[in-house]
Design a protein around this ligand. Sequence first.
Ligand SMILES: [Zn+2]
Ligand SMILES: [Zn+2]
Length: 261
Amino acid sequence: MENLWRLLIESCSDFTLYALGPTVAVNVAYLVGSVCSLALDRLPSLRRYKIQQRSNDRAALWRCVRHVVLNKFLAEIPMTVAAYPIFLWLGVRKDLPLPGLGTVVATLVASFVIEDAWHYFAHRSLHTRWGWKHIHFMHHHYTTPFGVAANYAHPLETLWTGFGTVLPVLLFRPHLATMLLWIIVRQLQAISVHVGYDFPWRPSRFLPFLGGARFHDRHHRRFNRNYAPTFVWIDRLLGTADEENLGPQAAGAAEVPVVVE
Ligand SMILES: [Zn+2]
Ligand SMILES: [Zn+2]
């Protein structure tokens, strides 16, 4: 691994490493995660794990893809590239040795905690009358979420809630390799909570402080519950959690329609 990393840093400019690196990492993660989530719909044996029996049709999928690509070029990619001098200024290092496994895991866990807190309040601020009308209505277009729709949002929402992914980098100044890994796992996690399937082997079954797909699916249908993307504790603390029937027995049980409040 260290030899591969040495080859990378010796053959690439800082612009390639710090600007194109995160851009490629997040988009490859989005592409791979999206393709995998779409592949789930091709496996009839997994249908019993679908959270909602309703599915989005092909037109809905293409509408989503068109918008996400546009959003990436208008907001996400320029923002990622523009952040490159900041990463250098912060002292995000690229040199060897690579950080140890313990450091990487601790940084990722702490990053998820920070991102979750930022995202909760940023997301909740978009559920105000103004935020909803001008920005957040777009992400809620799909009341039956699917993986590709994880990034279906207004460009301003991408900037506002997406800052939560940058915030741990500002705070922890991790090694570049850790930063790239963080960007990848955060993107995959966002897809996983929109995937529309609730498998019995989901991590939230064994780690009950995690929300998971059913937790966020509930947000897309009830709107004013389950704002946090990763953990359940802030929603519990502030009284916005809806965890009714989200226990281990829930896997395989389709959601009943919820009356929107
Ligand atoms: Zn969502
Ligand atoms: Zn929302």
